[in-house]
Design a protein around this ligand. Structure first.
Ligand code: NAP
Length: 332
């Protein structure tokens, strides 16, 4: 089968389009023909390599998969269009679950065929096209989980970093559909335009404006009920600073680094909370599908690249030139 394999860690140049042997399903697994696979920042972390985390080479990236079942089982038949819930059981608690195409034994969706646990298969909801179905299993699920953990109610105000990102764009769409007031951050004119199109109520341009004073101005000095932070070290201090009393910062990422310096006194004196979020459960993914259908939400898709062009897709994400999800077209 055709695949993008990595044989060592490194930049986009290590993504190699080649023929590799078809996977052989183990007991409890099923073969899926991958139609589309979204690119996630996780793919870049795995490609670069993270100290202490090992992958066996050749490694296949890609955890956000829509495809076609190549054999039937239980309530599914051959030819069914499906999506793959990306987390699989590990030896230790849920937060350490492996992710398909990540640091675990299951190869990812940058390949025409994938063998995955049968229990990870979910029927593709008719509301989504094959492309859209590949865009929601990671960024949208994580944002959904983060918004649930934020405990925000209709009318509450949430600050969402990185409007153009997978997680940020998903969070804006979902938060608006939940009736929240959304303040988001962008870094240039086109990203601001995109954020407004997604429905954000206020967009702060971090390249020209001071985020803290702008958020306080918008909230009449009160601060926000919650912050969706996927950016990490550079944004944590600001995220905590702009929370109102008893506000919640929900964190899921370390794009700018994993070690932040924060104002601890300001944090505890307003009895704020920092809450971690890791993907979301399979049942949350199914609830998310229902919610998106009910609210008529389609995922924001930047563009679709052919599998062989995965390098260009990675470069685009690394330069932060994306507006929503970047997809790879893997097979028909
Ligand atoms: N815990 C989980 O389960 C989980 C799930 C999904 C994702 N994640 C993590 O969440 C993060 C986002 O993932 P993604 O796929 O959405 O990434 P992405 O699409 O590549 O987005 C990166 C975003 O980070 C923003 N950013 C970069 N530097 C910044 C800075 N100094 N200040 C403010 N914003 C900055 C960029 O905004 P500009 O374009 O304006 O620079 C861009 O919007 C990644 O770290 C990923 O690993 C975690």
């Amino acid at each position: 089968m055709n695949a993008i394999a990595i044989r060592k860690h490194g930049g986009p140049e290590v993504l190699s389009y080649e023929k590799i042997p078809d996977p052989v399903p183990e007991k409890g697994d099923v073969l899926v023909k991958v139609n589309y696979c979204a690119v996630n920042h996780l793919d870049i972390w795995v490609r670069n390599g993270i100290s202490g985390k090992k992958v066996s080479f050749p490694h296949i990236l890609g955890c956000d998969i829509s495809g076609t079942l190549l054999e039937g089982f239980a309530g599914f038949k051959k030819g069914d269009k499906v999506i793959v819930y990306p987390a699989f059981d590990g030896k230790v608690p849920r937060v350490s679950f492996g992710i398909i195409g990540g640091f675990g034994k299951y190869r990812g969706g940058y390949s025409e065929l994938i063998s995955v646990p049968k229990k990870n298969i979910i029927k593709k909801p008719d509301w989504f096209s094959d492309q859209e179905a590949a865009a929601i299993n990671v960024s949208y699920l994580t944002s959904w989980n983060m918004l649930e953990k934020s405990r925000c109610k209709k009318g509450d105000t949430v600050l969402i970093w990185g409007a153009n990102s997978g997680v940020g764009s998903a969070a804006i769409l979902l938060a608006k559909a939940k009736g929240l007031k959304v303040i988001t951050i962008a870094s240039d004119k086109n990203k601001i335009k995109f954020a407004k199109k997604l429905g954000a109520d206020f967009v702060i341009d971090r390249s020209t404006q001071d985020v803290i004073s702008q958020v306080l101005k918008i909230t009449n000095q009160g601060g926000v009920d919650a912050v969706i932070d996927h950016v990490g070290a550079k944004t944590w201090p600001v995220s905590l600073e702009v929370l109102k009393v008893k506000g919640r910062m929900i964190a899921c990422g370390t794009t700018t680094g994993g070690e932040a310096i924060v104002n601890i006194r300001a944090f505890y004196s307003k009895e704020a909370q920092i809450i971690g979020a890791y993907l979301g459960s399979k049942s949350q993914l199914i609830s998310l599908h229902k919610f998106m259908k009910l609210k008529k939400i389609k995922p924001a898709i930047d563009g679709i690249f052919e599998l062989k062009d995965a390098k260009i897709a990675h470069q685009k994400m690394e330069q932060s030139n994306q507006f929503g999800k970047i997809l790879l077209h893997v097979s028909n």
